[in-house]
Design a binder for this molecule. Structure first.
Ligand SMILES: [Zn+2]
Length: 156
């Protein structure tokens, strides 16, 4: 499933095949697999988001079964490089990480981190947060000053 929407369809979101492939690659299906994550890059089209790239964990990230500690510099460098090479069109949209559960639920730490990051964004845009579970994704948009919006897959 690549198209997602909030209940009133005011915001739509798509994931490219490449992004879904990265999610698939790091899905924590086997018990021994550690958490993984990265940043999400894409285009903003009015109220809609087109996610075209998900970065893979870098060598500096700490990956444990129940913890993914991002080393931000590595991911930021990638975001900056893409931003420059596309003339400011391909931008940072948010972040993704995996959970070893089929229907992923954000932890208290996740919620705190996302709010902090949404408030810290200089462009005032909401932050896109994705958790990759073993069966489904959790997709939410976290604005700096209002309630989060949860996306559900659009049935075709
Ligand atoms: Zn988490």
């Amino acid at each position: 499933m690549t198209a997602w929407a909030v209940t009133d369809y005011r915001h739509l979101l798509t994931f490219s095949e490449g992004v879904l492939k990265v999610f698939e690659e790091f899905r924590q299906e086997e018990a021994a697999l550690p958490e993984a994550g990265g940043i999400l890059l894409g285009y903003v089209r009015g109220d809609h988001l087109e996610v075209v790239e998900a970065t893979r964990p870098t060598a500096w990230d700490q990956r444990l079964r129940y913890l993914f500690e991002r080393f931000p510099q590595g991911h930021e460098l990638i975001a900056k490089a893409r931003w420059v090479s596309t003339g400011g069109k391909l931008r940072y949209l948010g972040e993704w990480h995996t959970h070893p559960e089929s229907i992923p639920t954000p932890s208290g730490t996740d919620l705190n981190e996302w709010e902090k990051k949404a408030r810290a964004r200089k462009d005032g845009r909401p932050m896109l947060a994705v958790i990759v579970g073993t069966d489904v994704l959790h997709v939410r948009l976290v604005p700096a000053a209002s309630d989060p919006l949860i996306f559900a897959p659009v049935e075709e």
